[in-house]
Design a protein. Structure first.
Length: 139
């Protein structure tokens, strides 16, 4: 939503970093550079202009790009659009789906992940109502 600013980065990941354990790998947007300097973290920039995909044979952002691409395709193919009201639920669902996708016992793995959340049973009981609300906004 508009131009990326240092405060946006701070709000998104600021609580998740420590200066001695974090390496930021990003595109060459100046806000990332400022964020890294302010937080005293190691920063490696990849320059898309010169088609730089990997730096020093270690640093890349392809995993992020791939995850973003898979998430967009999943949302586009599963839903009729995205409601920001339900965005966190979409992301939670996608995260669980990705964690268990290679498991042979998907149902058991799913139940194990769901049981990690103490509010899961209540959420499960509300699936019908939440689905009806979601569908009712589509017509």
């Amino acid at each position: 939503m508009g131009r990326l600013k240092k405060i946006d980065i701070e709000n998104a990941i600021g609580n998740s970093i420590t200066s001695n354990q974090t390496i930021l790998c990003s595109d060459a947007h100046v806000s990332y550079k400022g964020f890294a300097i302010d937080n005293k973290i190691e920063h490696h920039q990849l320059k898309a202009v010169i088609k730089q995909r990997v730096k020093n044979k270690v640093y890349h952002i392809q995993h992020v790009n791939s995850t973003h691409n898979r998430l967009k395709k999943w949302i586009d193919n599963t839903f009729w659009g995205v409601s920001t009201k339900y965005l966190q639920q979409y992301l939670n669902w996608y995260r669980i789906k990705e964690k268990i996708k290679l498991r042979n016992d998907k149902l058991n793995a799913f139940m194990s992940k769901v049981s990690e959340d103490i509010t899961a049973h209540k959420k499960y009981q509300n699936i019908g109502r939440e689905y009806e609300k979601l569908i009712s906004t589509q017509f």
